[in-house]
Design a protein around this ligand. Structure first.
Ligand SMILES: [Zn+2]
Length: 411
């Protein structure tokens, strides 16, 4: 049975009496979902880009509202098993309904504003709990049109123009300046007219006068295929958006001790400074590393043409990355063998040699790792490494000294 849709005529009633004419039960996995069909309803079902109303029937929450395509019945999906009485009282969540009215009416105004400013037709509209968007023909919209359309739309809000609901036949609609005539629609059309500004065929819920929209603000532009997607917000959503952004700007101006207009320049300057500081640190780390390498080479044990550098660090003065960089710096060229170790909660050995230096690091490291209780580790003749459990500096030095003795014996 078709439900009489009372919201078509009146978007402001939030409490009404009606009669249950059908109960629909659908198995959804293990659960059974129940929908109530009423003889008449103010509940808006999801359609035309606008989501459904929430609320309650006899205090049982309504979770979803849909249309049954076969006969146009409005299905009120309820939270619990059933509502036993056939005569019911229903309540509509006014906060959600009014939000949808503000966004939807705002969309009509903004779509007409884009027509007037850029001759850009709205191809689609989408309203969710988080965002409201319209898709426009990209080719027609220039950057300056965005602010012009936004300003025109807000002027229409400030003029507080009445919003009329009227019905027309398809033939009558042909004579009216409709923004968009729905294709292949027979019978009566429901027209929403924003006085002397816009007429469009629409089944949604709208405010009674444009002033109730409050504010229309475009917040983001994006692409949707070949079209321009305009994200905007109206009324309470615009207030929330302003609150959030105002709070962000206030915190930024406090942290940066600057004015709102200077925030971007200020952050850009900070980013440049950080980049330059990082470059300086890198340069200084390089020269420190070179000094350290030179000092180790000067103190190294020399036999024949080979210099053996052995050094163990506590984990408070070095780390794996420092050890690796130092090893590669020491053995980059010349005839050097570097036997480096790291002591602490985890120990580590890195043995490395110059291409021209003698010795097989992979063979050399194994007895030392064994001394440290490490079962894993190895590498190539030129570079080998391995880690083990906790060991103090003295123990790691003994392991490195053993390798040095073995190597000296081979030279
Ligand atoms: Zn509408």
């Amino acid at each position: 049975m078709t439900t009489k849709r009372l919201y078509y005529e009146d978007a402001y009633t939030t409490r009404f009496k009606a009669r249950i004419v059908e109960r629909v039960r659908v198995e959804r996995g293990a659960a059974v979902a129940t929908a109530i069909v009423l003889d008449k309803s103010y509940f808006y079902p999801t359609s035309g880009g606008q989501p459904f109303d929430k609320g309650a029937i006899n205090d049982v929450p309504v979770l979803d509202v849909t249309i049954r395509e076969a006969d146009g019945a409005v299905l009120h999906w309820i939270a619990t098993g059933d509502i036993w009485s056939d005569d019911i009282v229903a309540d509509i969540d006014w906060g959600r309904r009014f939000d949808h009215m503000q966004q939807h009416t705002g969309q009509h105004i903004l779509s007409q504003a884009f027509m007037r400013v850029a001759n850009a037709e709205t191809l689609s509209f989408h309203l969710s709990d988080e965002t409201v968007t319209i898709d426009l023909e990209t080719t027609a919209v220039q950057p300056e049109h965005i602010e012009q359309a936004e300003y025109l739309a807000n002027q229409v809000v400030w003029q507080n123009r009445p919003v009329h609901i009227r019905a027309a036949s398809a033939e009558e609609a042909q004579q009216l300046p409709l923004r968009k005539i729905p294709a292949g629609r027979d019978g009566r059309l429901r027209l929403i007219e924003i006085e002397d500004f816009d007429i469009s065929a629409c089944g949604g819920t709208h405010v009674g006068a444009t002033g109730e929209v409050g504010l229309i603000k475009i917040v983001k532009l994006g692409r949707a295929g070949a079209n321009l997607r305009v994200e905007f917000c109206c009324g309470r959503r615009a207030l929330q958006d302003y609150r959030q952004k105002n709070s962000v700007v206030n915190r930024l101006t406090a942290v940066l001790t600057t004015s709102a207009g200077e925030v971007v320049d200020s952050v850009t300057r900070l980013q440049d400074e950080v980049k330059e500081t990082r470059r300086q640190i890198k340069r200084q780390q390089n020269s420190l590393l070179q000094l350290e390498a030179n000092s180790l080479l000067a103190q190294g044990t020399k036999k024949n043409a080979t210099t053996i550098v052995s050094r163990v660090y506590a984990d408070s003065e070095s780390d794996v990355s420092h050890l690796r960089t130092l090893a590669s710096r020491l053995t980059k060229d010349g005839n050097v063998v570097a036997l480096l170790g790291l002591a602490g909660s985890k120990c580590m050995l890195i043995f490395s040699r110059s291409a021209a230096a003698p010795g097989d690091m992979n063979q050399l490291i194994k007895p030392s790792l064994q001394m440290l209780g490490s079962a894993s580790g190895g590498g190539t003749a030129e570079m080998a490494q391995g880690g083990g459990p906790a060991a103090d500096v003295e123990r790691v030095e003994q392991a490195v000294a053993r390798a040095e003795r073995l190597l000296l014996g081979q030279l």
